[in-house]
Design a protein around this ligand. Structure first.
Ligand SMILES: [Zn+2]
Length: 258
């Protein structure tokens, strides 16, 4: 499957997918919040013709994309479900560039190469394997950054936890056990910093109050005065997750803070 990039008048760029319809006669544009722009083309169309047609529909595309503005990642270059060329981690104020390197290996691995660069190497034509390698890298980045962050917040609030785990939970941003083990979702890295801080504070407060009683919320508000507002925003937080992260769309609407 091929991809191409369209540049809008305001300089924003949109990466879209091109799929070939063997019996199609003309170029069709499909736009959805989920997949962004997909261009269906007849077999044998040349690239210059295709570029010209898509470009002529630029205003129409821009108008309809505005409806999906809330799904911010659609306007970055992560519109397709294919492994990304770049991604942002707002929680850390980081922006990563990815380089794919084909090697004779049958597996795929991702490693940090420079301050803002990642190398994904191996059988990189295998999209599922690339995605899995990126998820493993994200889990490592989550451990490197969320665990010390929780430690700093524990000091700041005077609350203590016994252990922190960072995983790829499908339905939870975070949780806490009776023994004070805090589990955090590495997908938090894709959310704004203040939302992540709230989730960490919420879980820390559970080390003292393992319930959602009034006493628990009083403690939360003492540590995070904007808790009520952030709680509301978190209900839509899955929209910050890039589509490639979850091609089967299994966890999005179900992610909650427990
Ligand atoms: Zn809770």
């Amino acid at each position: 499957m091929a991809t191409a990039t369209l540049e809008f008048a305001d300089g924003r760029r949109l990466t879209y997918r091109i799929t070939v319809s063997p019996r199609g006669r003309c170029v069709r544009l499909r736009l959805s919040a989920r997949n962004g722009l997909v261009v269906v083309v007849p077999r044998g169309i040349n690239r210059a013709d295709l570029d010209a047609i898509v470009k002529s529909k630029r205003d129409w595309i821009a108008r309809h994309l505005r409806r999906f503005e809330e799904a911010r990642h659609l306007l970055a270059n992560q519109v397709s479900l294919a492994p990304p060329q770049t991604f942002d981690l707002p929680a850390l104020n980081e922006s990563w560039q990815i380089e794919y390197r084909e090697t004779p290996s049958r597996t795929v691995s991702a490693r940090t190469d420079q301050p803002a660069g990642l190398i994904v190497a191996g059988a990189v034509e295998n999209e599922a394997a690339c995605r899995a390698a990126l998820l493993r890298w994200l889990a490592r980045r989550g451990r490197e950054t969320l665990a010390p962050w929780l430690g700093r917040l524990a000091e700041e609030t005077g609350l203590t936890f016994s252990e922190v785990r960072v995983k790829g939970q499908r339905t939870r941003w975070g949780s806490c056990t009776a023994k004070g083990v805090v589990s955090l979702n590495y997908k938090l890295l894709f959310l704004p910093r203040e939302w992540v801080r709230y989730v960490l504070v919420h879980e820390l407060c559970h080390t003292r109050e393992l319930n959602h009683s009034e006493r628990f919320w009083r403690l939360v508000y003492r540590c995070e005065p904007n808790a009520a507002e952030i709680r509301g925003q978190l209900r839509e937080a899955w929209k910050w997750l890039p589509a490639w992260l979850d091609p089967e769309n299994r966890f999005h609407p179900t992610l909650t803070v427990t």
